[in-house]
Design a protein around this ligand. Sequence first.
Ligand code: AMP
Length: 214
Amino acid sequence: MRIVFLGAPGSGKGTQAKRLMAERGIVQVSTGDLLRAAVAAGSPLGRQAKAAMEAGELVSDDIVLGMIRERLQERDAAAGFVLDGFPRNISQAESLEPVLEGLGQPLDAAVLIDVDPDVLMKRLTGRRTCSVTGKLLNIHFSPREELDACIAAGGTLEQRADDNEETIGRRLKVYQEQTAPLIEYYRQAGLLRSVDGEGGPDTVYQRLLAALGA
Ligand code: AMP
């Protein structure tokens, strides 16, 4: 299965992609995760990307396209992949097509995870990652036991540098202006599926499987 996840920041793309990876053996390719790793490593690419990420703007198409091209050539991606956070604009979507064609791996679907903007803000401001288990949690929505389990394991609940209100507002605006047009792009290509992204992660996952016919 080769799919693209569309959806605003906080729509649950990462959570759902990780579950598909764990349960279906499909590789999650998140340009956000790849960029954060490059920033943390202090690589030249990371240094170039850092300012745009902190401002909630998009990193240049060249940088992310290079990363995607490299990642999709790795062996594990041959079994299927879910692109999480890429493409982010029409130009990236157009550039992706010849890359996938060259690999002989065209997309099966583009899945929109649809969430109301008011819900997104609460999800994003509350989002945390457990420093020990890497589990994605939310201080507003996760069960108390799951939050406590992270602390009990010696972990801390870490917030992404760009999950503050000012940057979140900018990211949501960038999504509306640059990424949302991809919905129509993939609709016209006959690839679009839409999933209601409100509710708990399990509920959304079941809807996702149904939409993919999986
Ligand atoms: P994400 O984890 O997908 O929310 O991405 C975090 C940040 O990384 C975004 O706000 C952008 O600055 C950058 N980023 C991630 N994916 C892309 C992409 N496909 N194109 C440009 N910038 C990206």
